[in-house]
Design a protein around this ligand. Structure first.
Ligand code: MSP
Length: 512
């Protein structure tokens, strides 16, 4: 097979003890896309991690009476545990305090300085500490930070600047000529019209007012601005400018940076300009997704609508949480999260449509054919419609995934399960059994099991443990993704006797 590579990243998260379900969104989607690309035969690299420097962390550590490193070391375990509980399979969890990252950032800063793209000056500006962002007067909303609505303060310091202005025309041209670079297109227009075209000012990229950051090697009272530090993770993680840069050579440029909409700006202005100044190719795509919201508003601890995602996992199971995140939010737009919606998705799609189908089919096989899978010699008038739908699904899923339309991809797999349920109503196996039409009955059961097998393989990137469990219950060795457009590969004469319901209905009252 041709050596196809796929490099995908999530943002690196601020260390937090209070991750909420919204935080899980980017990472679960990136995980599903990576698993899907793997099925398609790509050599994938999936990067996530934590963004550990900055004044906010320095302050929190001080309040807790520990050093910033001690503070982040402790808290970082929470992120790793959360990703594990969500079945996230990353290739590297990078921490911006990792020594290889620190060294690379220092080299990048020096390289940009030596190349004349970073110069020394004096900064006077309005700074939002919680967001670690500088704003111009005109960007403020009611005199406050446009992102979080909090107070900004005037800061004056000697600082290094990065020549964004020099690259403005080149960036604008690049974005115009590469329509896929910023997606969805609404975000591309927003970046061009609201930020780039009005003019880019040079960016202040060093700080002297606090110390928790990466020191500038040639002027050690300065530390590197957190966003320069953080964005560099996408290449430092691969060994850029290090002794072993084989991963960098293999995987860069990234195929996809998935980021929340509020940080598209950093990823489509500062980051590409850094790469241009370093003479590196730009990522193929930055995708800005919407937020998961509760009653139209942000999820946050202070608003009291926050719950640890592990509580939902305990209640509904990991795949139910993954399913919700992947299915409910139209990619690119905001999506609602409520426990009622979660329960409705669980009972409707997972327990009724899928769980019940699998259990009912295996029970009928046990009852009507001693648990043995066999192809019958007679057919029904409904077979070809079912078979066509099932064998066309692989292609449909691939075309949705190509456009990152994950909910649509997932729904087209569920179309198989819905069609199977309809096929049961159409063919009425219990009547076939009563009429002793066993050759038709075997066909019907075989077609159902084969459709379930294909559906389960297609499901594996999204609901990995459910997929595995269904395939285990089917006792099949035919697991090849490439052949999921071929019907009839499920082995005959397999004996099935080890099965149990995969998603049990949850009563609304029980879930409280
Ligand atoms: N540290 C920066 C990223 C640096 S990348 C070089 C950061 N961290 S974050 O922890 O605040 O956010 C991480 C990701 O979580 C972002 O993509 C953000 O959009 C996402 N989300 C946070 N709350 C969210 C929702 N309620 N819904 C969906 N995504 C959300 O930004």
């Amino acid at each position: 097979m041709e050596n196809k590579k796929y490099y995908i990243t999530t943002p690196i998260y601020y260390p937090s003890a209070n991750f909420h379900i919204g935080h899980c969104y980017t990472t679960v989607i990136a995980d599903a896309i990576t698993r899907f690309k793997k099925l398609e035969g790509y050599d994938t690299f999936f990067l996530t991690g934590s963004d550990e420097h900055g004044l906010k962390i320095e302050k929190k550590a001080h309040e807790a009476g520990v050093s910033p490193k001690e503070y982040v070391d402790e808290i970082i375990l929470n992120a790793k545990d959360l990703w594990k509980s969500l079945d996230i399979e990353y290739d590297r969890f990078i921490r911006t305090t990792d020594s290889d990252h620190v060294e690379t950032v220092q080299k990048i800063f020096k390289k940009l300085y030596d190349g004349g793209d970073i110069y020394k000056g004096e900064y006077v500006g309005l700074y939002c500490t919680p967001c670690e962002s500088f704003w111009t007067e005109s960007q403020l909303v009611d005199g406050k930070c446009p992102d979080c609505g909090r107070e900004v303060s005037e800061v004056k310091e000697e600082a290094y600047f990065f020549k964004l202005s020099k690259y403005q025309a080149r960036l604008e041209k690049y974005i115009e000529e590469h329509p896929d670079f910023i997606q969805p297109v609404s975000r591309k227009n927003e970046m061009l019209n609201n930020f780039i075209k009005p003019g880019l000012s040079d960016l202040c990229v060093s700080r002297t007012s606090f110390t928790w950051g990466i020191p500038v090697t040639f002027d050690s009272k300065h530390i590197v601005y957190v966003w320069i530090d953080a964005l560099s993770n996408y290449i430092s993680a691969l060994g850029y400018l290090s002794e072993d840069d084989s991963k960098f050579k293999k995987y860069w440029p990234a195929d996809l940076h998935i980021v929340g909409k509020e940080i598209v700006r950093f990823h489509t202005i500062i980051w590409p300009i850094m790469l241009m100044a370093l003479d590196l190719p730009l990522p193929r795509q930055v995708f800005g997704h919407g937020w998961l919201v509760i009653n139209g508003g942000k999820i946050s601890k202070s608003l009291g609508n926050y719950k640890d995602p592990r509580e939902y996992i305990k209640e509904f199971g990991v795949d139910a949480v993954r399913y919700y995140l992947l299915r409910e939010v139209p990619f690119g737009n905001d999506g609602q999260f409520t426990e009622e919606l979660m329960l409705a998705r669980y009972n409707g799609d997972l327990a009724n449509t899928l769980g019940n189908l699998v259990n009912r089919t295996l029970s009928m096989l046990t009852k009507y054919n001693d648990g043995i899978i066999e192809k019958g010699s007679l057919t029904t008038e409904y077979d070809s419609d079912l078979i066509n739908l099932v064998t066309n699904t692989k292609e449909k899923v691939e075309s949705f995934m190509e456009k990152l339309e994950v909910p649509e991809a997932l729904d087209s797999i569920f179309e198989i399960f819905r069609r199977c349920n309809k096929y049961i109503d159409e063919t009425t196996p219990w009547i076939l059994a009563k009429n002793e039409d066993f050759e038709t009955l075997k066909t019907v059961l075989y077609n159902l099991l084969e459709s379930i097998r294909i559906g389960a393989i297609l499901l594996s990137p999204y609901l990995p443990s459910t997929s595995k469990e269904i395939l285990r219950q089917l006792n099949t060795k035919e697991l090849d993704y490439e052949r999921t457009n071929t019907f009839g590969l499920l082995e005959e004469n397999i004996h099935i006797n080890d099965f149990k319901p995969i998603f049990m209905r949850i009563d609304a009252n029980e879930s409280k």
